[in-house]
Design a binder for this molecule. Sequence first.
Ligand SMILES: [Zn+2]
Length: 218
Amino acid sequence: MSTMHEIHFDPIVLRFRSAFRLGAGRARPGLKALVQRLADGRPVVPAAALKGALRELAERLCPAVTGAPACRSPFDLCAQQPCPVCRLFGNPRWPGPLYFADFLPRQATTPATIAALRHLSATRAHVGLDRRLGTAVPGLLVQTETLPAGLEFVGAIDGQARADDVPLLQAALLSLNRLGAETTRGLGVCRVIAVEGRIGTEPWRWQASEQGQEGGVA
Ligand SMILES: [Zn+2]
């Protein structure tokens, strides 16, 4: 059994480079698909959306990073011994040891900026598709609310992880490049630009480079 480490990544800074939508529900005729917001109107990156995206990345990266295969959610999850991905993210039989917080807008610290974020969105109309046939429905427009590029969100991941699973969590976090709905339409391009935290007693600081392409370990 590998050593367990306390994991404390706080803050994690996430920046969207395209417009994006993180919300519940799909656009339907006569019903806008809305951005998910807190009661005060601030948009939020729900913890579940982030955790889901990180899990998907971890499944893909697992063999290269850990040398072990990963199961595939949602239909082929580990039934007996959990794989590294299930050890980090949990599955119905194995409670995850990490807590993922909702990510809140970094800029919203004053009543004025909170008020500004409440109204910050655009509505995109596009042709509705017949979901069964995959073809456009003539005369049908559906509306999607999106938030503009450039917003930054701050959140945290806390909990415990096996020492030999931590690199997989870090790799997934730093590989994040899409989040939310309609990424095939070009929405939701994002990346983690900075992390501060601890792994056990060791500090972990990461900052994206100026070019915005690569990061280095500080
Ligand atoms: Zn698994």
